[in-house]
Design a binder for this molecule. Structure first.
Ligand code: NAD
Ligand code: MN
Length: 505
């Protein structure tokens, strides 16, 4: 099959479906832009509804053989895929950086190795389907549980971690025997296309992993509405997640939603201040703040407040903002000009509203002016109910607010429609236990913020959605439970038939 990806701005295919790489037929031309310098990385004709249907039919055709293959066969395929990605790690790191503006250090040290580790994890998980032991619960039927693949999964991914999000969608689905059609974000599709090509290259059968690149409104809606899709798995913003849920009702699809976040970062007065300051800087600026679990609201107990603000402000000005291709760069641009304007809008409105912008609060100037840069921004004096505290910004913006009692700090942390992640900073075991119990979020870190592992689940509470990514929890969500109940008596007339044959039993 043809090469799917060229990072020279040339025409690229928008689909890998049924083992074939080809352009879409929507008539809509999409460009992938490097937000560091506005250069065109790739151009493609997007997939439309017919292309989506074609991919779904390929996935449907591949389902029988893939879902009935021995787990060891699926596992071995993932082992081969991990090796292939390992061999191409640098290429993936380069393309991921070019299409998204992520610093090359981040793609080399986090996105790509994290993705390879996910593949290795699901290679193991594929062989570890769990169910209840078979037995005769009523004495006369042997019951056992089958965990079966759901069918063709339609997945939609965001642009913030293009490769990792593609992995989180594809791996549990195919490890469990499903086949998949993934629509990556239209502005960052290249590593997903590479991945689909690599799946074919390591002999994962054609049609098991299909990628279609197109707009959310056309390709995305066509995928979610498709009658032959059995489950939709979506990672993205809460409003689009609500739309996905709505579209899924027509055909009663299983829905898995990983949505927005607004993670609190709660610093108690006994915390290691230096650790909290470093954690807040890294946790709020990672991926230029375009991380659903990023630290966005730091609540700092009054005695540490001033020192915390001063320490974070100091480090924010030391962060090297610049060319993502330079390994010395700490923070790159936002993913696109549009995102830059959106982030600037939040900060400008907060400023107009009386909040205090301590550092940053401006788009990049000079050499940075050509890209979608926004400086690390620290905000204080905002109202808890204000937009900058309540809405997801998805940029390098940290709001710091003080609190007095522990009760107040935890209440402020929970005062949000989101519930994806949170952290608590303290040396007290009791405070750590209390915070981890009371904060309503899918993940609570203690004395850290951000690290994830393939073995542990990632997913939200509240309007951050439901369903878990990574881990065996995710694996199980891509299976459906079947109860098989087998009569062991061999008798024709059974006692329970008396409900019908009352008199002549
Ligand atoms: P988005 O919701 O705008 O888009 C996500 C995907 O949905 C894209 O592929 C887009 O093309 C598609 N889409 C858009 N409209 C659609 C429609 N009507 N029907 C079907 N698909 C449609 O999100 P984004 O801006 O790409 O990503 C940022 C968001 O993702 C943030 O809210 C962030 O918190 C969230 N996110 C969540 C997690 C998590 O695990 N919970 C992880 C990463 C990102
Ligand atoms: Mn781009």
């Amino acid at each position: 099959m043809a090469n799917t990806t060229q990072i020279d701005g040339n025409l690229t295919n928008a689909l890998v479906a049924g083992g074939v790489s080809r352009p879409g037929t929507s008539g809509e031309i999409g460009t992938v832009i490097n937000p560091a310098d506005n250069s065109v990385v790739a151009t493609m004709e997007f997939a439309g509804a017919l292309d989506v249907d074609n991919a779904v039919q390929s996935a449907k055709a591949a389902f029988k053989d893939w879902s009935t293959a021995p787990p060891a066969t699926r596992s071995a395929a993932l082992v081969r895929l991990a090796a292939r990605l390992e061999a191409r790690a640098e290429e993936y790191a380069q393309v991921e950086s070019a299409q998204s503006g992520k610093p090359i250090r981040l793609t080399r040290e986090f996105d790509v190795p994290g993705s390879i580790d996910n593949v290795a994890f699901f290679a193991g998980a594929a062989r570890n389907l769990e169910g209840k032991a078979a037995t005769e619960w009523d004495g006369v039927h042997t019951s056992f549980i089958r965990r079966e693949a759901v069918g063709v999964v339609g997945s939609i991914a965001p642009w913030n971690y293009p490769l990792q999000m593609a992995m989180w969608k594809i791996l549990p689905a195919i490890a469990a025997g499903n086949t998949i059609v993934l629509k990556p974000a239209a502005i960052t599709p290249l590593t997903s296309l590479m991945l689909a090509a690599d799946a074919l290259a390591v002999d994962i059968p054609a049609g098991v992993v299909n990628v279609v690149v197109g707009s959310g409104a056309i390709a995305g809606e066509a995928l979610i509405s498709h009658p032959d899709i059995s489950m939709v798995s979506f990672t993205g913003s809460t409003p689009i997640g609500q739309r996905v849920m709505e579209l899924a009702t027509a055909t009663v699809k299983r829905v898995h939603l990983e949505l927005g976040g607004k993670a609190p970062f709660v610093v108690f007065d006994d915390a290691d201040l230096e650790a909290a300051i470093h954690g807040a800087v890294a946790g709020s600026l990672i991926n230029t703040g375009q991380d659903c679990t990023a630290a966005t609201r730091a609540y700092v107990q009054r005695p540490l407040f001033e020192a915390f603000v001063a320490g974070v402000a100091d480090l924010f000005t030391e962060v090297v903002v610049g060319d993502p291709a330079d390994p010395a760069t700490d923070m790159g641009p936002l993913v696109a000009k549009r995102q830059q304007l959106s982030v600037a809008g939040f900060v400008d409105r907060a400023r107009a509203d009386g909040a205090n912008v301590v550092t940053g609060g401006a788009i990049g100037q000079g050499a940075l002016a050509v890209g979608a840069y926004y400086l690390p921004t620290l905000v204080t004096g905002a109202d808890q109910r204000s937009e900058i505290v309540q809405s997801e910004i998805f940029g390098p913006v940290l709001v710091v607010l003080p609190f007095d009692s522990d009760d107040e700090g935890l209440a402020l942390a929970n005062d949000t429609p989101f519930g994806l992640a949170a952290s608590a900073w303290t040396r007290s075991l009791l405070r750590a236990l209390r915070a981890s119990r009371e904060i309503k979020a899918g993940c609570v870190w203690v004395n850290d913020h951000i690290p994830i592992v393939s073995e542990m689940p990632h997913g939200g509470f509240k309007r951050s959605g439901f369903g878990k990514d990574m881990s065996t929890y995710s694996f199980e969500e891509y299976t459906q439970v079947k109860h098989v109940s087998m009569d062991i008596t061999g008798v024709a007339r059974k006692p329970w038939h008396r409900t019908i044959f009352t008199d002549n039993w």
